[in-house]
Design a protein around this ligand. Structure first.
Ligand SMILES: Cc1ncc(COP(=O)(O)O)c(C=O)c1O
Length: 382
């Protein structure tokens, strides 16, 4: 019997039935009161989830499009920026900023390790740190399973004249992001991860200070010109034809998040993270991310010696209909990543662990069935 795939990946993630149902309703026109109702509801709840009074723009784009848009809207050629390169997605900021001719200072962090305010301060106080106009950090570095310490970085940047931009593409809606309290000027989120939506939307919050920089930016832009989005947002509408069905879905998904309550959501993810880490360690697997910076939304696990970990993933997918992720770039074949973000509970994790045990056994890993499940059950609350 074939069942729907269980997506235990860092995105796309499982989409709740209520959201799928909302998106399947007959199409509506975007210049109507009905669309305005969904758009307004989405925007009000986005502010709550972003924990901000700032405008939150909605772009028809994946996360990378919003990363590029943040750079071309906020900076000008030659501007000096500092980028924490903690994995594939920190590196993506480096690649985009370099391509557009920014003067990029890269802080290279060994993959599996994270950054804190202390690391950022060291660079800003060095000779290299003079005249930096923006600091970029990935919140949840999905490629390595590390959660960088955004709160302490916000604190370190508090009285400095530079913008703080974070990629919260995979964290927003699963981990605490106190946009205003932590002084984050630009927060970028993606629809297909903790926000429980299909791919296709990116959300971006922009502080007053960042809007001033946006007014000064000289890069050419048209479709992703933030000033056009702001002008329309102030009239409860969009500059161009929006992704209507995704916005209707987003209004439903955000409503579900608000009903669950942000603190409960963060607690659920924290609990899933703890349970997953304890479970995989109980069967002798080793974690890839440094212990005190491990993400609660995704667990990265080193491939045990002599085990074909890609085969394990294939068995999970083809025999048990459970998708987990492999390693990216230099981590290909070296790690697996279990996503537990968004519409996921403890029983989804238990199912994944039981399939993982079976698959590991099939490829010759020595394991006593049930060990990781028992370890997880002892921690799981949800
Ligand atoms: C942390 C992070 N940043 C950026 C991206 C890129 O987003 P997208 O694939 O939606 O363009 C991803 C996607 O996996 C991500 O996890």
């Amino acid at each position: 019997m074939k069942k729907d795939k269980l997506l235990m990946t860092p995105g796309p993630t499982n989409v709740p039935y209520k959201v799928r149902e909302a998106m399947a309703r007959p199409m509506i026109h975007h210049r109507t009161d009905e669309f305005e109702f969904y758009f307004t509801s989405m925007n009000e709840n986005l502010k709550k989830v972003f924990q901000t009074d700032n405008h939150v723009l909605t772009l028809a784009s994946s996360g990378t499009g919003a990363m590029e848009a943040a750079i071309v809207n906020t900076f000008s050629p030659g501007d000096k920026v500092l980028i924490a390169n903690t994995g594939v997605f920190g590196d993506r900021f480096v690649k985009i900023a370099t391509k557009f001719g920014l003067d990029v200072i890269t802080m290279d962090v060994p993959w599996g390790k994270g950054v804190t305010g202390h690391h950022i301060t060291q660079i800003l106080d060095s000779q290299d740190g003079k005249n930096i106009k923006g600091v970029f950090v990935t919140h949840n570095e999905t490629s390595t399973g590390v959660a960088n310490d955004i709160q302490s970085i916000g604190e370190a940047l508090k009285d400095r004249d530079c913008l703080f931009i974070i990629d919260a593409i995979s964290s927003l809606g699963g981990m605490d992001v106190k946009t205003d309290e932590w002084g984050i000027d630009i927060v970028i989120a993606g629809s297909q991860k903790a926000l429980m939506l299909p791919p296709g939307l990116a959300f971006i919050s922009i502080s007053d200070r960042a809007w001033e920089a946006i007014e000064r930016s000289t890069f050419p832009k048209f479709y992703f010109d933030f000033l056009a989005y702001k002008k329309s947002l102030e009239k409860n509408t969009t500059p161009y034809t929006p992704a209507v069905s995704l916005i209707v879905g987003a209004s439903q998904a955000l409503q579900m998040l608000i009903e669950e309550g942000l603190d409960n959501i963060f607690d659920r993810h924290e609990n899933l993270g703890k349970a997953c880490r304890a479970a995989v360690c109980s069967i002798g697997l080793e974690l890839f991310a440094e212990e005190d910076m491990a993400s609660d939304l995704i667990t990265s696990i080193k491939a045990p010696e002599k085990i074909d970990i890609e085969k394990v993933r294939k068995i999970l997918n083809l025999d048990y209909d459970i998708m987990i992720a492999g390693g990216q770039q230099q981590l290909k074949g070296k790690i697996i990543r279990i996503g537990h973000m968004g519409y996921v509970d403890g029983f989804d994790l238990i199912k994944t662990l039981s399939a993982l045990e079976k698959a590991l056994m099939q490829v010759g890993y020595d394991i006593e069935l049930g060990t990781s499940i028992s370890a997880a059950q002892n921690i799981l609350k949800y």
